[in-house]
Write a protein that binds this ligand. Structure first.
Ligand code: FMN
Length: 196
């Protein structure tokens, strides 16, 4: 059962990485969590592993796992995240595919990511989904509304440009920093808008 991290005083986060493009956001988010001393437990979908290896190289999955306090098997429906009695600070699905979005929005608990998200919703705990697709069809849009109505936060993978990022790394890092602050984990040194 998760307990508070010494550095932040918060329980660990539960991060699910699914098979959408943008695994760099998960890497940057994990780097920020490591810098804060915030522990993270991880669940990877099979497509998430595939896209991680495509976008980060053959060691992509291991890189993600290297940040985690523990890694849960996607098909272990007896693992702690499958129960509403387990406690994490929040669950983040980053990036979130349209398939996982549809499953969560419609309550299909067919793997541990879907079931954990369902538990977060029923227990009224923070669930943040970072969908990535373009363009959206009507099902995607409907599923985002359904998930929002059930209590999830839709935090789309939309990078900002007003801080003038000079690299993809910087762009992804800023997005991950905003996500961290949204969850209530302030990021020292995050660039802030101070006016024109
Ligand atoms: C290279 C690659 C990129 C993909 N990008 C996306 C994406 O951005 N958004 C999305 O919804 N699906 C994307 N997919 C498709 C999903 O991986 C696929 O629908 C998968 O079944 C989703 O499973 P999961 O939700 O369990 O990870 C991509 C697949 C590949 C191979």
């Amino acid at each position: 059962m998760p307990i508070e991290c010494k550095a932040t005083g918060h329980p660990p986060l539960l991060l699910a990485v699914t098979g959408a493009s943008g695994i760099i956001y998960a890497v940057k988010f994990l780097e920020i969590m490591a810098g804060l001393g915030q522990e993270v437990d991880l669940i990877l979908s099979e497509a998430g592993q595939q896209v991680a290896e495509l976008e980060l190289g053959s060691a992509g999955t291991d890189k993600l796992k290297g940040f985690a306090r523990m890694v849960y098997d996607l098909h272990d429906m007896a693992a702690a995240p499958a129960s509403g009695s387990a406690r994490w600070k929040a669950m983040v699905i980053l990036p979130c595919t349209m398939g996982t979005l549809a499953s969560v929005a419609n309550g299909l608990s067919s793997n541990l990511i879907h079931r954990a998200a369902d538990c977060f919703l029923k227990e009224r705990r923070p669930l943040i989904m970072v969908p990535r697709e373009t363009p959206f069809n009507r099902n995607h849009l409907r599923n985002m509304v359904l998930a929002h109505e059930a209590g999830a936060v839709i935090f789309p993978a939309m990078p900002s440009f007003y801080h003038r990022p000079s690299s993809i790394d910087e762009m992804a890092e800023f997005f991950a920093g905003r996500l961290s602050e949204f969850i209530g984990l302030p990021v020292p040194g995050l660039k802030r808008w101070t006016g024109m």
